[in-house]
Ligand binder design. Sequence first.
Ligand code: ZN
Length: 235
Amino acid sequence: MSKYFKIPFAYDQDQNVVDVLSAERGKTYKCSCGSDVKLRGGHIVSDHFYHITESKCSLESAIHKAYKSVFQKNKKIRLPFEINGSKYIEFDRVELEKKIDDYIPDAIGYVDDTMYLIEFAKTSYIGERKKKKIKKTNVLCIEVSIIKTVKSIHEIEKHITTDNFYKKLIHIPEYHEAKDLREKFKKAYHDLENKHRQKCFDLEKKHNQNISWYKHQIELLKSTIKQMSKSIENF
Ligand SMILES: [Zn+2]
């Protein structure tokens, strides 16, 4: 038997998420783990769902799934901060766990043809490998850290659609123009660097002529290289 915890959310036969306020007593629901659950509670123990049979389940995954269901129903998110003068994004439609490239985000929201990725992070936040995959998709990605003490659908709705905390932007798409420009800049830099290095080398060979003048030229070229490499780092 899994460790006992009070399951706050379950699903009716139409896959709608229910909490202890919207569920009916005596009725059988499905837990996020797939097992049958029923509502119980009263004066001593607060209302909660319990597994009818033994099940491996966790509170975290129950809440994680509830976040996804609530988001799919509301199709709206309050951003962590204003983006392009907007605090919210309202989506035309939402898809859960749909694969794009080699990565499955928790949710994809669509506004016309523009995709947005939404991750509902558990304790294990988004790891480096996943971040790389998100970057590859080049789609705006918002991470919402699930609040593990939520007890009702209303609380989840409030967190997703009204609150700006426990949220962050994981990736902001880079436009092709900026990418191309950076590649061009990089190439120009490397060409120039090679040219300068060759010049340094030639000058060093001629050191027996006017040592101090050439040394000065060499230092100048070296400092140019240093400056350029700094500016490309900041680009
Ligand atoms: Zn369960």
